[in-house]
Design a protein. Sequence first.
Length: 374
Amino acid sequence: MNVLNDSVDDTVQKKVAFFLPTLNIGGIERVFITYANYLIDKKYNIYFILCKRRGELLSLLDSNIKLYHLGNVQLKFSFLKLRQSLKEIQPDVIVSGGDFPNLILIVSSLGLKKVPKIIISQHNYYNVETRRLGWWAYGTCFFMKKIYPKADKIIAVSDGIREFLIKKIHISADRIIKLPNPIDIKGIKEKSLELLDITLPDRYILFVGRLSYVKNLFFLLDAFEMGKLDNNSLVIVGDGEMRNALMKKAKKMHKADNIIFLGAMENPLPILKKAQLLVLPSFSEAYPTILLEALCLYIPVVSTPTKGAKEILHNVSGTYISTDCYNIEEFARLMERGVKERISHKVIDDKIGLNSIENIGLRIQREIIEDNRL
């Protein structure tokens, strides 16, 4: 087990640890980095425990955060090494995110002499995945029902996730704290000004996210092909298991020359800032941070009616939500309207202020770290 950046005085404040497999590009990873960087400024001792010391987002961690890695072990084999790291660090609080990291953390902490507050964060639900993955998703839900109640608190990032935990996983409502994904408003605006080392079209529609089934990207390609979009290109930022299939389809389209795949990026915000429109065609989204980032930069949005999108975009002018995830013509028409849209700065500033890391971070301190009832 390797320790880096072990330079903070452990006597100053409580120890707070975060557990994830890696810091590859992903929504949970970005959220936890935002939490960690906020808390280190508040003089807590912050640890990141990773199964593998890798990931494009490692460079975003504050240099005073202590980084543990478990010897490049796979998540499914990390139980004993994670347990040993908990014995060594003895954190007051440990936070994990994602179904399997959550399950591994809870089981690894059982029977320890000093058991930290176990806080797990739920960022997805199996409304789509259960139907597609079958027994695998049902099995995951079964273990969640058995093991999740052993956590001290469960963070639900949206109303939809809270409802899922109560109704499907049978978690008591008083064990759940709703904390929407935080955004560092100042940091977002600063990072959006970084220079790009790639050439982009003058006008483009943007998708940012993992190239997976749940993101419904074949639907997006079809809607882009159909829409009369004033010579806007489609820029797709992200990577995933469906990239090759999507690129193969794109090459056969009439607008093939106007579809650009950029792969995953550590900082997509300069690309987002220059976009005419952000699109999110997913079947399922819990609380997509990219929508908050788009609003922070005053970029219009067109989305399918996922629970997370409806919660974020409610009563926000300049944004559009389709009636379903399948009507290609409707989504194309909404994109046509979206590229001509403008967003009111005042409305957005009021909306995103509620999601600022200052507000959400203060709740983390008061309702989790410093709450002695847990």
